[in-house]
Unconditional design. Structure first.
Lengths: 123, 722, 154
């Protein structure tokens, strides 16, 4: 079964770069441009892993995590946050919010794929 | 730079982000300090930084990072906005734009300049030591040597030695809810070497107390690996703090040979390893407190922002290849010509009267027109982005000339064709710079004149009766007419004894080579005169006019046709050929009485009309066509409004009719033709030239006719191929 | 029009035509189509070799009298006159010629350098000559024909 990835980021550029990396690894790729749309797509796509940006309009990354982890969804799907920061504070905050892991921008395609495989156990 | 479609996307998106940034900063400047506004400004720079990082644009990323730091402090209220900081933010946004441009074109920006802007940003913090958004800290793994009773084992970190570790791992509930799978983590350990994992079954003894949400399962894993402790720790990078984890070197000599070993420690030779729970690297006495203070505040401001922004859901849009739209426009233009041809043929068939067909043909015409308007509307864009760019121009011009100026915009939402927006950028820039440089007085002079020190440039756009009006108005000193007249006479642009009305004097500014600046200021003397502005506007099928009141200010008005490709024209005969004259230029048609025409000199004629004398221009001669008309007949005159001459009368053989014509460019395949602005296709399929009345009339002014210098130049290739 | 042998990798195809009683050719990659003569709208103050502009399916293209351009006198009106519609970069132009002769397929080594020609302009506008049945055909440099004062493609 092909791994399904859902990416949520308000930057078109980042969404395209993620597409190249994910589809290049043979994964199924869907995307959304903000948290609100992301949560909607989540229910439609039922992904195996979610990659989300933090700073987005309408609903930010933390909101996305909260919506996916709590409420009606209560999902334990692996969620990776995309961040330009690599400081401890952010990591702790992401983890506390419910993120499974993080990817630091700018990301290396191979590193990204490796993290996705790590948290999903995908081939 | 590599040619990469995502790179194109990046630059496209960055343009939009820069616009949003400018918009947000303008709102902040005007007093809007709503959380959503501050956030959107931060996000714009943050997103630019994110994309730029992906393409390794280090200069851009570096500056954006520091800019973002200040913006983050502002949005989290760690920094109060004051005029000085606002000023720095606005200038930084301008500089960011420059860096993007440099990244696009491959140019480089002087380090000194960059350092200057960085220093200004740093200055915002004054003496405060604000924690940077991104501490650029690398997650460091402290290599702790364990304090054991027994002599220490040397845990080598070289990869070609074999290291042995024993790891105890007990996830907390949060580890599971964060989407982690212990099996995956243990599996990852296995990827480092050989493992033997033992599940601690004791917890299952109290089955009734087992809580699936907090299973309290734990494992002991022995790992034999060539990797270092750092690599081992990295496997657990994401779960730090949501598990109990200890990693200890294993003081044994014998390698682990079988994957599964008995729970008993006797399978190992030597003393059993002693896990040291209190001095392992990862240790948490309790799970971290849920919900740090920062998180809820983000939530509430977001909720507030959602209410405040009033359900700003994105409008469904479609991204379309511009080429497809242009092709569609071309085809629709053909449709209109086709309709005109059919209508003409039908009209020529004098022996048939079919009322129904007349109606059908008329419906066809209206439908074709509707389609055209719809298609042109696809290319329509609000002038907002163009106007926003002007605020920067005003800022820079004011800084460079020692004036204080602010830009007010009206009608930003007015839509014009995309090409128009692009091609108005240069002329508008020049006019705005002009207004600041020459129009506005310096602060002291303004105060002395009872005006506020801050000069106002008002930029407005509106639609009215089929045209778009764009005006640039300043509240400066107005045009110095005596000076303009003097310079024009000195340069021989007009006769020494010429007597011109105020508006005629104002129009002199549009003559080529005209410049009132005796000294070249920082802005003027760039070689772009108002005549170039006029030509650019004329090439779009429009006109520009000027009005001024001494002491109060000057206003430029650009009039453009609403639809780029279609124009109302008067179809006339000149020297036996069919030409089209834009209706917007024509005031009236006149069949003069013999007594109204007066010869002066050998070649020139004047028309006496309503008490004034107006120059008459023989269009055929201007264009170098041999006049085939009967000279004895009184000519037909078109009275046109000219910027340089006021009114002027053009001689034509006859008027055929008035209709809407589709404008076809001459530039793409040929170049600029003096006296002609474009061409159109008539009902019979032949090309008719569209006259530029301004150029025809202006030819009378100069000492030598520019029309005689025929040198086709390849025009702009960015023109939509109409 | 006769077609010669199939083009091979080292051969080039040309369209040859006559203007001013001489033979000229253009690389076939530059030729878009051949059209019958149709009325042309004169341009103001145009030099004698620019006949005017013509409607090509909605686009306005300039028509050049090739013979006049090469100083061979204006092309005489003749029902066999055709317009060679050619492309130079993004520009589409039309060349009025007396008649189109044939399509030549020539291997690159058969194209000879331009021999000494009196007229400077002619020498600049001709990139080479190819021997044909009854003489030579001159290969045209379209850019030089359109811009005798030298201008690069934008």
């Amino acid at each position: 079964m092909t791994l399904k990835v859902l990416a949520i980021d308000d930057s078109r550029t980042i969404r395209e770069l993620l597409r190249v990396a994910m589809e290049g690894a043979g994964f199924d790729y869907s995307s959304a441009c903000d948290g609100v749309e992301g949560v909607k797509r989540f229910s439609e796509v039922v992904p195996d892993v979610v990659i989300t940006d933090i700073n987005m309009p309408n609903m930010d990354g933390y909101g996305v995590i909260e919506a996916i982890r709590g409420g009606n969804l209560e999902s334990k799907v692996p969620i990776l946050v995309l961040t330009t920061e690599s400081g401890d504070k952010l990591k702790a905050r992401a983890r506390a919010a419910g993120a499974t892991g993080w990817i630091v921008k700018p990301f290396d395609d191979a590193a990204l794929v490796s993290v996705v495989r790590r948290v999903t156990g995908a081939a | 730079m590599m040619s990469n479609p995502i790179l194109d996307t990046f630059f496209e998106e960055t343009e939009e982000l820069l616009e949003a940034l400018a918009e947000g900063l303008a709102a902040m400047q005007a007093g809007d300090h709503e959380a959503e506004t501050l956030n959107s400004v931060f996000r714009a720079v943050h997103s630019i930084k994110g994309g730029a990082g992906a393409f390794k644009m280090t200069e851009l990323v570096g500056f954006a990072h520091h800019f973002e730091t200040v913006l983050d402090a502002v949005r989290s209220n760690a920094l109060d906005l004051n005029p000085a900081i606002m000023h720095t933010l606005t200038r930084s946004a301008d500089f960011l734009s420059n860096l993007v441009e440099a990244a696009r074109s491959g140019a480089s920006i002087s380090e000194d300049v960059t350092a200057g802007f960085l220093a200004a940003l740093q200055q915002c913090f004054g003496d405060k030591q604000i924690e940077s958004v991104d501490a650029w800290d690398n997650f460091e793994f402290a290599a702790i040597t364990l304090d054991l009773d027994t002599p220490q084992v040397d845990v080598s970190v070289e990869t070609n030695t074999i290291n042995r570790f024993v790891i105890t791992f007990r996830p907390y509930a949060a580890l599971y809810t964060n989407g982690h799978e212990p099996a995956l983590l243990i599996g990852a350990l296995g990827d480092l070497g050989t493992i033997s994992a033992q599940f601690d079954a004791d917890v299952l003894a109290e089955w009734e107390d087992f809580d699936p949400l907090d299973p309290r399962l734990s494992w002991t894993i022995e790992l034999q690996t060539e990797e270092s402790e750092t690599q081992v720790l990295e496997v657990f990078e994401f779960v730090q703090g949501i598990c109990d984890l200890t990693i200890s070197p294993l003081r044994t000599v014998a390698p682990i040979s079988s994957p599964l070993i008995a729970a008993s420690a006797q399978a190992l030779t030597g003393p059993a390893p002693v896990p040291m729970p209190t001095t392992g690297v990862f240790r948490e006495a309790a799970p971290p407190p849920k919900g740090e203070a920062a998180v809820p505040s983000v939530k509430t401001t977001d909720a507030k922002a959602d209410e405040a922004s009033g359900n700003k859901g994105p409008k469904p849009t479609l991204r379309v290849d511009l080429e497809r739209v242009d092709r569609l426009i071309n085809t629709v233009g053909e449709l209109i010509i086709n309709q005109a041809m059919i209508a003409q043929r039908f009209a020529d068939m004098t022996d048939t009267t079919d009322d129904d067909l007349v109606i059908h043909i008329e419906n066809y015409r209206l439908l074709a027109r509707d389609i055209q308007e719809g298609v042109m509307a696809i290319r329509a864009q609000p002038v907002k982005s163009l106007f926003q760019r002007m605020s920067r121009i005003v800022r820079e011009a004011a800084d460079a000339t020692g004036k204080i100026a602010e830009l007010i915009t009206i009608g930003e939402g007015t839509e014009v064709d995309k090409t128009v927006v692009e091609r108005l950028a240069d002329p508008l820039t020049h006019m705005v710079r002009n207004s600041v440089d020459h129009g506005l007085e310096g602060p002291e002079a303004r105060l002395a004149a009872g005006k506020p020190a801050v000069g106002t440039i008002k930029l407005s756009a509106s639609h009215r009766s089929g045209s778009v009006f764009i005006t640039v108005k300043d509240d400066g000193a107005g045009l110095n007419r005596p000076k303009i007249l003097g310079i024009a006479k000195k340069k021989g642009l007009i006769a020494p004894d010429a007597d011109l009305s105020d508006s005629e004097i104002d129009g002199l500014l549009f003559l080529p080579g005209f410049s009132t600046a005796e000294t070249i200021s920082n802005l003027s003397g760039r070689g772009v005169g108002l005549d170039v502005v006029r030509n650019s506007v004329a090439a779009l099928g429009g006109r520009v006019s000027i009005a001024s009141v001494p002491g109060q200010g000057t206003e430029f008005t650009i009039t453009l046709p609403l639809t780029l490709a279609v124009m109302d024209g008067m179809v006339v005969t000149v020297a036996g050929d069919t030409l089209v004259v834009p209706i917007t230029s024509i005031i009236e048609t006149i069949r003069p009485l013999p007594g109204d025409l007066h010869r002066i000199g050998t070649d020139d004629m004047l028309l006496s009309i309503r008490g004034r004398m107006i120059p008459v221009v023989d269009v055929a001669r201007s264009l170098g066509f041999v006049s085939k008309s009967d000279q004895s007949m009184a000519p037909l005159l078109l009275l046109v409004e000219s910027e340089t001459l006021g009114e002027c009368a053009l001689v034509v053989d006859a008027v055929q009719d008035q209709r809407q014509v589709v404008i076809k460019s001459l530039e793409s395949n040929f170049g600029t033709v003096p006296g002609v602005s474009a061409a159109t296709v008539l009902g019979d399929g032949r090309i008719a030239l569209i006259l530029d009345p301004e150029a025809i009339a202006a030819n009378r002014m100069g000492p030598q006719s520019p029309v005689a210098n025929f040198s086709p130049s390849h025009g702009r290739s960015a023109h939509a191929n109409l | 029009m006769q077609t010669s042998s199939e083009p091979t990798k080292t051969s080039v195809e040309f369209v040859t035509f006559s203007a001013g009683d001489q033979s000229f050719s253009l690389e076939i990659t530059q030729v878009r189509e051949i059209r019958r003569w149709s009325p042309v709208t004169a341009l103001p103050h145009a030099p004698v070799e620019v006949l005017g502009v013509m409607n090509l399916r909605g686009s306005v293209i300039p028509i050049y009298d090739l013979a006049a351009r090469f100083g061979l006198g204006s092309t005489k009106e003749n029902p066999r006159n055709v317009i060679v519609v050619a492309m130079h970069g993004n520009q589409t132009v039309g060349l009025l010629v007396e008649a189109v002769s044939e399509i030549l397929s020539v291997s690159r080594d058969k194209i000879q350098d331009t021999p000494d020609i009196r007229s400077d302009m002619a020498r600049q506008s001709i990139t080479g000559v190819i021997p044909i049945e009854d003489g030579m055909t001159r290969v045209i440099d379209l850019g030089a024909v359109l811009y005798p004062n030298g201008r690069s493609l934008s």
